[in-house]
Design a protein around this ligand. Structure first.
Ligand SMILES: Nc1ncnc2c1ncn2[C@@H]1O[C@H](COP(=O)(O)OP(=O)(O)OP(=O)(O)O)[C@@H](O)[C@H]1O
Ligand SMILES: [Mg+2]
Length: 620
């Protein structure tokens, strides 16, 4: 239960902000945490993992690791794919693929405990699938019950001999010199021997190596990862450690394909904000949804946490000031505080160098950063400044090389970014602010209320735009989603007031509020870059007024600057004008080949691409 925290220490919220259904009717073997009415997008990932899992039967699938910053929805994707594989296949077919799902705990201390648990999980999923018995998996029954079920199921599995062998291996696991290796390799041996198909989904894979417990089973995956009959799909919550220390070097190097999950686009994260608001009956204004999305960096966890907290506190979110206030409260004392302090604590325990590490992380967070939405606007963290601050704060002399080593470890936990031995703050606006808040409380021993108030004050100074400007931004995120969703497709020209159809390129990036490194100072609403071609777009949600020629001239100017600055060959200019263009502007657009769409055109385009139409503000 959440309680409004106006004073005192931060509350200990549970990190789980699940939006799962209370009903038990859903088809699941591993429970998804997000209900269908809230689950947003990520279709490409669901389709991809489902498709490549099925292709195991053709021996076409390579092992794969899903990489992404914290709380982007990796676990949710794996769980949904596992459930789909269980419920949507003909289990009697020799082509069918058995899904196994295992989550590494961060408390594994012993090889035998791990091996036993791993093998029992495998047996539970294996039997559950062939017997078509979801309960066997859901109930997590003990070994004796599993054994009884297995003994009665000999006729229902591909080979009774193999099933007996699995049971014998589990029962004699302590006799093997390296039990963890035997356990990890067993699924692959089973599918090899019987020529069946198995896919193993492994979550929290960073815990396959726990230095603080001297536990490391990563190398044993070499055989499994190479198997065409039993590919392994991995994910976990510290992307850099997975990449740099686990699959990017050593025994597993070159054995995995990588797939990267990014923050949700502004369109999808706004959509999520509205869905969560509806589910929790939070009172939010539609045109503020993109502001929530932006302030949360497109991270679905932060978005959900913020809105759920607002609903609990019965606070409305009608203006940017409301967003700032709730965000400040949540970072300092809500779900986000609970979640991030837990993550930080776990990581620092893992590094095992407690106090200096905490100071370094906090001091690095105080360094000025560039804009979170602009990767070219990075500022390198100055290690000598940290060294001096350590002397003042902790009265210790720490070598630059030691500071660097600790910063490398922090970057492995995705708490800093490390590029060619230079360090930058991570591009996660919420995490950045959280670390500052946490440091002030934990390291500088500042009073909690004071810190919360400072953050509210800092957020209050954020640019305050009028609601009409937010409408423009709302249309802009629909425009960018149109660019993304129509890549490599042909769109009818009529919605752009063009006679010819429009061949859409494949974009390398589509950025909002784009600033050129030199030249014009004004931001470009939206820029889509596709090699030699670029789309320069502007959004004008102005009702009851038609857009005139000057706006188009400005767009052309921007386009010319972009062309020159980025050395491009082909430019497209596209403007959204809610109520259309004046007669003069229409003629100008035709003459200069400027694409334009009014509200009806934009809604038609959105519908054509199966996207949500623009909102109707009159109805709110
Ligand atoms: N597609 C989605 N639609 C709606 N909400 C989502 C979606 N994906 C994730 N979430 C929200 O974000 C939370 C975190 O998701 P999840 O645990 O799957 O992330 P993760 O990437 O596995 O995190 P970690 O890095 O900590 O392991 C979910 O509990 C849910 O609230
Ligand atoms: Mg996860």
């Amino acid at each position: 239960m959440l309680v409004a925290t106006s004073k005192g220490k931060p509350m200990n919220y549970s990190n789980d902000i699940n939006t799962e259904d209370v009903s038990n009717n859903q088809k699941w073997i591993v429970k998804n945490r997000v209900s269908d009415d809230v689950f947003t997008n990520r279709v490409n990932f669901l389709d991809y993992y489902y498709r490549v899992s099925l292709q195991t039967s053709q021996r076409l699938t390579m092992s794969n690791v899903l990489l992404g910053y914290r709380r982007m929805g990796k676990t949710e994707i794996f769980r949904r794919v596992v459930n789909k594989l269980f419920f949507e296949q003909n289990k009697k077919s020799p082509e069918s693929v058995v899904p196994i799902y295992y989550t590494f705990s961060d408390q594994i201390k012993d090889d035998i405990q791990f091996a036993t648990e791993y093998l029992e999980t495998f047996l539970r999923f294996y039997l559950g699938f062939y017997l078509d018995e979801p309960k066997l998996i859901k109930k997590a029954s003990g070994y004796n019950e599993l054994r009884e079920t297995a003994k009665k199921a000999m006729a229902n599995v591909p080979s009774s001999e193999t099933l007996n062998w699995i049971l014998t291996t589990i029962e004699n696991i302590t006799d093997y010199p390296v039990p963890a290796k035997v356990a990890i390799e067993l699924p692959r041996r089973v599918s090899d021997i019987d020529d069946t198909n198995i896919v193993v989904f492994l979550d929290e894979f960073q815990n396959a190596n726990l230095p603080q417990f001297d536990f490391n089973v990563v190398g044993y995956y070499q055989e499994g990862a190479d198997s065409p009959t039993c590919p392994h799909f991995l994910t976990g919550s510290a992307m850099s450690i997975l990449l740099m220390e686990m699959v990017g070097k050593g025994a597993l190097f070159g054995r995995f394909k990588f797939k990267k999950i990014e923050a949700m686009t502004s369109y999808h994260s706004s959509d999520l904000a509205l869905k969560v608001a509806q589910k929790y009956k939070a009172d939010i204004n539609t045109n503020i949804a993109p502001v929530i999305a932006q302030r949360c960096g497109g991270n679905p966890y932060y978005i959900t946490a913020l809105i759920q907290h607002a609903a609990e506190l019965q606070r409305c979110i009608h203006t940017e000031a409301d967003v700032n206030d709730i965000l400040a409260i949540d970072i300092t004392s809500g779900f986000i505080w609970g979640e991030l302090s837990d993550q930080l604590h776990k990581w620092i325990t893992r590094i095992n160098q407690s106090n200096i590490t905490k100071w370094i992380l906090y001091l690095a967070s105080l360094e000025e950063n560039g804009r979170d939405d602009d990767p070219s606007d990075d500022k390198e963290i100055d290690l000598t400044k940290i060294q001096k601050a350590l002397k003042v704060k902790e009265h210790v002399d720490v070598d630059i090389s030691k500071i660097r080593d600790i910063m490398i470890m922090l970057s492995r936990g995705d708490l800093l970014e490390c590029r060619a031995l230079s360090f930058f703050r991570i591009k996660d606006p919420v995490l950045s602010d959280f670390i500052k808040v946490w440091g002030k409380i934990e390291m500088d021993r500042m009073k909690f209320d004071q810190v919360k108030n400072d953050l509210r004050n800092q957020y209050y100074k954020f640019s305050k735009k009028s609601l009409d400007e937010y409408k423009g931004y709302l249309a802009e995120i629909h425009m960018s989603q149109i660019l993304l969703a129509s890549q490599k497709k042909i769109l009818p020209g009529k919605w752009f007031h063009q006679e010819q159809s429009i061949e859409m390129p494949e974009f390398s990036f589509v950025n909002h509020r784009f600033r050129l490194s030199s030249g014009i100072s004004k931001e470009i609403d939206l820029l889509g870059a596709a090699g030699p071609e670029a789309w320069v777009c502007q959004s004008k949600w102005v009702e009851k007024t038609k857009i005139g020629i000057n706006v188009l001239k400005n767009l052309l100017e921007q386009s010319t600057e972009v062309k020159k600055n980025m050395n491009l060959l082909f430019m497209k200019q596209w403007i959204f004008a809610h109520d259309g263009l004046t007669k003069d502007a229409e003629l100008f657009a035709k003459e200069k080949n400027i694409f334009w769409s009014d509200r009806i055109d934009l809604d038609a385009l959105l519908k054509h691409l199966n996207l949500r139409p623009l909102y109707s503000f009159g109805a709110l």
